[in-house]
Write a protein that binds this ligand. Structure first.
Ligand code: DQA
Length: 147
């Protein structure tokens, strides 16, 4: 089964939005980079973005049956969403939380994540490279018998 790579609100504006924080790469560039890394690792990916909390919840539910693991950048919902946290638990798949920026170096309200303590791992502050690292980790986690 593929790795779901789920991106939350405003990430469709990557490259345009606050480039001094998030960099010049567009979400399309991030997707291409993930596709290249996944090909090297022999993994299939399903890369998606939504501005809607409920759609992200639905995709995490879908991951229960249709994904082998999930890379989740819930963007602003990271700091607000009990529903996305519950869906991470419900999907029963390894979920790696990724952020392009380092939320701990930013405003206080970004220091708390509803996802981090239920995620398998957390990667932040490394830009699009974080997605590559999450794919590397999932390649290993998903190939071990008890993932
Ligand atoms: C983000 C960090 C969040 O705090 C912010 O709301 C985002 C993007 C990141 O990738 O750095 O939209 O998840």
């Amino acid at each position: 089964a593929p790795i779901f790579i789920l991106n939350g609100p405003n990430l469709n504006l990557l490259g345009l939005r606050e480039p001094e924080i998030y960099g010049a790469d567009t979400l399309g560039d991030v997707e291409k980079r993930c596709a290249a890394r996944a090909a090297e690792l022999g993994l299939a990916i399903d890369f998606r973005q939504s501005n809607h909390e409920g759609e992200l919840v639905t995709w995490l539910q879908e991951a229960r049956d249709a994904a082998s693991g999930v890379i989740l950048n819930a963007a602003g919902y990271t700091h607000t969403s009990v529903a996305i946290r519950d869906a991470v638990l419900a999907c029963e798949k390894p979920v790696i939380e990724v952020h392009l920026s380092n939320p701990f170096a930013r405003e206080d309200f970004r220091h708390h994540s509803f996802i981090s303590d239920v995620a398998r791992g957390v990667i932040c502050g490394l830009g699009a490279k974080g997605y590559d690292l999450a794919l590397d980790a999932l390649a290993e986690i998903c190939s071990s018998p008890r993932s």
